[in-house]
Design a protein around this ligand. Structure first.
Ligand code: NDP
Ligand code: MG
Length: 385
């Protein structure tokens, strides 16, 4: 029996690698649906190659064009944000890979959980903004969310019981500016920041990796996925990106997961979970790696990590606002509207202006906080530039 998979964000870095993994195992998986924002050329190619019966395009005009192009093969074409929800609701959908970027993943993830689907989650912004409600909904439905983010996949694989955990150790490469002087960070251009030393990823997460916001988002992601307090989550910079993360137990034993930096490994793991399956990827050669080094993150040069830690500890809607401000600030940096060092400044200012709502939150309250955070950040950018 083949597993029916839906891929949200199939045209992105994770989505394309997921299709590659599925292509290695044609007897194990059937792609029931793919979705993206507007890249209909690639969607059309994917639909034809994998004979995908359903496709959703968030941009309604693009969806219309794609529907016309796919008439000859009868693929159902869904449109708008609602199209993504229709896709995850399909009765035959078994596993949903959430690999869209940004908070756009939150509503479809909640919908998929409410329909009882299994979730492979690459999209960390969903948990950063709505971790409390996502995990509660998953618990109520008895659904296990399988992490795809490499650090969280590593922790998931090393974690056999949360009761005896002393510490989760989340590793990060440190990004391309690990050694750059503070005064030089002002001159960083999008081109420089898009050159990540160890991982090939979409542009938003690549900038987050350069500011260390990515690690900040990941500790919030880890807090929700594994139910561990922030006091027990440590970030360690590991430039080689070979040790993907570690779990320290109360008796001092530390388990780690290692491998070449290649997202196809955690993607395949999530697809086959709880089984493991072979593939033709090269095995890790420790002699070739030679050295594994570790250092502390520099929170003065990279304040985004500290801001995420603060937002996480405040909780409630503050993490949704942190995420929203960061998404807008990163887009503005990529568009050459603000500088690299303006990103943490904007996030900080927006957080200071926010009166967080805490306690039990509803999805709409989180999405309201997200909208507020975006509007506030845009306003700050407008008044400054
Ligand atoms: P990309 O930018 O490469 O791809 C994003 C995908 O999401 C594209 O398919 C895009 O469509 C689609 N998309 C964006 N917004 C919407 C929307 N509103 N509705 C529908 N589709 C949308 O991102 P990545 O693949 O790099 O990252 C995806 C997620 O996975 C992120 O949350 C990231 O943090 C996480 N992640 C990524 C890793 C990586 O190695 N890349 C590693 C760990 C986590 P279109 O192409 O049409 O714009
Ligand atoms: Mg990661």
């Amino acid at each position: 029996m083949k597993k029916n998979i839906v891929i949200l964000g199939s045209t992105g870095s994770i989505g394309r690698q997921a299709l590659e993994v599925i292509g290695w195992h044609p007897d194990s998986f059937q792609i029931l649906g793919v979705a993206a924002q507007q890249n209909i050329d690639l969607l059309e190619e994917q639909v034809r190659t994998f004979q995908v019966p359903y496709v959703a395009v968030e941009d309604e005009a693009a969806a219309k064009i794609l529907a016309g192009r796919l008439q000859d093969i009868g693929t159902h074409c869904l449109a708008g944000p609602e199209g993504l929800l229709e896709l995850v609701r399909l009765a035959d959908a078994e596993l949903i890979l959430v690999a869209v970027s940004g908070v756009a993943g939150l509503r479809p993830t909640m919908e998929a959980i409410s329909c009882g689907k299994h979730i492979a989650l690459a999209n960390k912004e969903t948990l950063v903004s709505g971790g409390s409600i996502v995990m509660e909904a998953a618990r109520n439905k008895g659904i296990q969310i399988i992490p795809v983010d490499s650090e969280h996949s590593a922790i998931f694989q090393c974690l056999n019981n949360t009761k005896d955990v002393e510490k989760l150790i989340v590793t990060g490469s440190g990004g391309p500016f690990r050694k750059m002087l503070r005064e030089d960070l002002d001159q960083v251009t999008p081109e420089m920041a898009l050159r990540h030393p160890t991982w090939q990823m979409g542009s938003k997460i690549t900038i987050d990796s350069a500011t260390l916001m990515n690690k900040g988002l990941e500790i919030i992601e880890a807090r929700w996925l594994f139910g561990i307090d922030y006091e027990h989550i440590q970030v360690v910079i590991h430039p080689q990106s070979i040790v993907h993360s570690l779990v320290e137990y109360s008796d001092g034993a530390v388990l780690a997961q290692l491998g070449w930096p290649d997202m196809r490994v955690p993607i395949q793991y999530a697809f086959f979970y709880p089984e493991r399956q072979g593939n033709s990827l090269p095995s890790l050669d420790l002699i070739q790696v030679g050295q594994l080094t570790f250092e502390s993150p520099d929170l003065d040069r990279f304040p985004c990590l500290r801001l995420a830690q603060e937002a996480g500890k405040i909780g409630g809607t503050m993490t949704a606002v942190l995420n929203a401000a960061n998404e807008v600030a990163v887009q503005a940096f990529l568009g050459n509207v603000v500088s690299f060092t303006a990103i943490p400044k904007l996030v900080n200012e927006v957080m200071n202006l926010h009166s967080p709502k805490t306690g039990k939150l509803a999805l709409e309250e989180i999405l309201d906080a997200d909208r507020w955070g975006r509007a506030c950040t845009r306003q700050l950018i407008k008044t400054r530039c």
